[in-house]
Every structure is written in structure tokens, then in C-alpha cells.
Design a protein around this ligand. Structure first.
Ligand code: ZN
Ligand code: ZN
Length: 192
């Protein structure tokens, strides 16, 4: 019994330019034998389906240069922050191996990867393990994203973001009236 899930991902920065400019993680390697010297941006995308609470980021890594963003990423990392059981229940019958990759952190086998992908994955894992704030930020961005897509927010996501608190772009306005504005309309009455 497997359930096909076709998921459409959109970069966080497309919906939240100002927050993304402040909060996208860029790592600079000054001396490293494993990757050319330079800066690398870890750019998250999230699933755009407002009915789907998959709690996962797809993090694409680019050289941090304007032209690099239109090219293929050097690595695409899947990262789900909930426990294994969450994704097993959510998938409704994926094989364990698939769930493990979906949850990650792992290189997404559906996406192109470069020779630097294993090193960038190791860098990401290090980041998630040592920087609690970064791990939290990816979850918060997920909640912002789903809010804007018009998801009926489960309490777990509500706990991550309150639309009435100051916006993360530091404008001084509340999120709902700032970067959270122009939310997709919630479909009224109809429940799934
Ligand atoms: Zn989803
Ligand atoms: Zn804002």
C-alpha cells in the first residue's frame, strides 16, 4: 500500500524576500580542500500545498553569487525535523528507506547533486546539530510559508509563529500586516 504524493516546492525567498535576505544562512569557506573557497547559501524551499503538513524543508545550496541562483544547485538536502513516526504516519505507507531519506538530513535522490554535495550535506548536519537557532528558524520559516499559502494552521505551527507578533523582517509592523500580508484565501466551510 503506497500513496503517491506529488509535491510542489517553492523557495521561501519567493514569498518572503525581506525575511529571506536577513535570515538565509550563508557559509564562507576560506581554506578548505573539499570545496572551492567562497560563500555558499543554504536556500530552503517548502511544499506549496496548503493541505499538506509535511514538516520538511528542501535546502538547495548555491554559490552565493547572483548568477549562481539560476543554475542547478550544488546540493539539495531534504530535512524533516519531526521524528520518524511522524513521517511514517504522514506518508501512509512509504517504505522505511524512503521515509529515512524524506526525513533526512539526506541528499535528495530525486534532485541533481554535484561532487560537493556530500561535503555540503555534512556541513548542513553540523549546522543543524550545533546551531539550535538555525534549526528553529527553518521550522519557523515553514510556518510562515504555510500561513501565507492559506493553510488552516495546526496548533503545532501556531506555536512556532504568531501572526500578531513583530515581523521577522524587523520593519516594526506585525507579521500579519507586513510579510504575512496577502495571505491566500482560506476556503470556508469545506473540510477535508
Ligand atoms: Zn507537503
Ligand atoms: Zn515583514
Amino acid at each position: 500500500m503506497t500513496k503517491e504524493k506529488i509535491m510542489h516546492y517553492e523557495p521561501f525567498f519567493k514569498l518572503f524576500k525581506k525575511i529571506a535576505e536577513r535570515e538565509t544562512r550563508v557559509i564562507t569557506f576560506l581554506t578548505n580542500e573539499k570545496i572551492p573557497i567562497g560563500s555558499y547559501a543554504f536556500v530552503p524551499s517548502y511544499c506549496a500545498d496548503k493541505q499538506c503538513d509535511c514538516r520538511r524543508a528542501l535546502v538547495s545550496v548555491y554559490e552565493d553569487k547572483k548568477e549562481a541562483y539560476s543554475k542547478q544547485p550544488l546540493a539539495t538536502i531534504s530535512y524533516g525535523w519531526e521524528d520518524f513516526k511522524f513521517y511514517r504516519d504522514w506518508s501512509g505507507g512509504f517504505e522505511d528507506k524512503m521515509i529515512q531519506e524524506f526525513k533526512g538530513p539526506a541528499l535528495d535522490s530525486m534532485q541533481p547533486q554535484s561532487q560537493y554535495a556530500p561535503f555540503l550535506l555534512a556541513t548542513f548536519i553540523d549546522l543543524i546539530e550545533k546551531d539550535e537557532d538555525y534549526a528553529q528558524r527553518l521550522q519557523r520559516h515553514y510556518a510562515f510559508f504555510k500561513y501565507k499559502k492559506g493553510m488552516r494552521m495546526p496548533s503545532k505551527l501556531r506555536a512556532l509563529m504568531n501572526p500578531l507578533t513583530p515581523c521577522a523582517c524587523q520593519s516594526g509592523k506585525i507579521f500579519k500586516l507586513c510579510c504575512g500580508k496577502n495571505r491566500s484565501r482560506l476556503r470556508k466551510g469545506k473540510r477535508r
